[in-house]
Ligand binder design. Structure first.
Ligand code: PSU
Length: 308
């Protein structure tokens, strides 16, 4: 396989990523759970390829991350991307079980949390995704809070997303991020976005309007010795958004179905996304793809600004 191993880390780099690292080019990490658990085939593969192409067009190098038969791959060859998009029985890996998949030789897709860990180990500062995990609605009963939030508090990677998924409890998610000292910056808006919709109705703690400002902010945090990542929330383009009120009806129906079918833990988010996909006859997927593409573009601009 066109890959080169780093002798000091249990990581295999794709050919493109190994060359880019050598040349000091700007890199943008991409996760794989969105491919295996977030979208159906073949839309997931089209999304993964188009997002990579957008990052290349913007002058940076895409780095899709996954564990394949126990090896942590930083950058996937196209054949690996294809296999992953079609694969079944892929683990959904977070901080708790990334090493489990490595130790047991399993194949697993990395969530936001696990991708941040891998990106940081590989020296990648910026990562683009769709929406982070957060505090689930009803968390006061279920205690279901995504490990993504804790990772943002710990690991120094800038995560570009379209907000927290609207299936979550957005004000509680923002509260946890504030408590854990994670800067939440909305790009070009005062309102924190809600994934499929441009606005959640909750004000963004911070706002920035240029990639250079994001880069300067992260550089200042580093020089002050402040650990942890930063969340950059990038509202979905207006042409692709599904308004909040419209989404809420679909979300309520999906949440009710999850409750009736006793869906819990890691299965909750994929179940809700799939349910909403069917309810909207695929419209939610089109919006999801558009927002990831939009985030990839911004992440590439930030990666370039960090190198300037
Ligand atoms: N963005 C998307 N679709 C997804 C995800 C992000 O557009 O499926 C994934 C990410 O991997 C994120 C995960 O970490 O959803 C959140 O899962 P949970 O709520 O179980 O922590």
């Amino acid at each position: 396989m066109n890959a080169s191993a780093d002798p000091t880390l249990p990581i295999v780099y794709s050919k493109e990523v190994a060359a880019a690292k050598q040349a000091g080019r700007p890199l943008v990490a991409l996760e794989s759970t969105i491919i295996t658990h977030g979208m159906p085939y073949p839309g997931n593969l089209d999304m993964a390829r188009s997002v990579e192409a957008i990052i290349r067009q913007a002058g940076a190098v895409p780095v899709t991350i996954a564990v394949i038969r126990g090896t942590l791959h930083v950058g996937l060859e196209d054949c690996e991307l294809q296999d992953l998009a079609k694969a079944r029985d892929v683990l959904k890996l977070s901080r708790a079980d990334l090493a489990f998949a490595v130790a047991l030789g399993r194949t697993g897709a990395t969530t936001v949390a696990a991708t941040m860990i891998a990106a940081s180990r590989a020296g990648i500062d910026v990562f683009a995704t769709g929406g982070i995990g957060g505090v689930h609605r009803g968390a006061e009963e279920s205690f279901d809070i995504s490990a993504d939030l804790e990772e943002l508090a710990k690991t120094p990677v800038i995560v570009v997303c379209a907000g927290a998924k609207a299936i979550l409890d957005i004000p509680k998610t923002l509260e946890v991020l504030e408590t854990r000292g994670v800067p939440v910056v909305t790009y070009g808006s005062d309102d924190f976005p809600a994934f499929w919709s441009r606005a959640s109705g909750y004000p963004s703690p911070l706002r920035l309007d240029a990639p250079q400002q994001v880069a300067a902010f992260q550089a200042a945090r580093t020089s002050l010795g402040i650990e942890g990542g930063m969340l950059v929330a990038n509202p979905v383009p207006s042409a692709d958004e599904i308004p909040r009120e419209e989404m809420e009806t679909f979300i309520q129906t999906a949440l009710k179905a999850a409750d009736e079918q006793a869906v819990t833990a890691k299965a909750v988010t994929p179940f809700l996304l799939d349910h909403i996909f069917h309810q909207t006859s695929g419209r939610s997927l089109k919006t999801n793809i558009a927002l990831v593409e939009n985030n990839a573009r911004l992440a590439a601009e930030i990666a370039l600004a960090l190198k300037a």
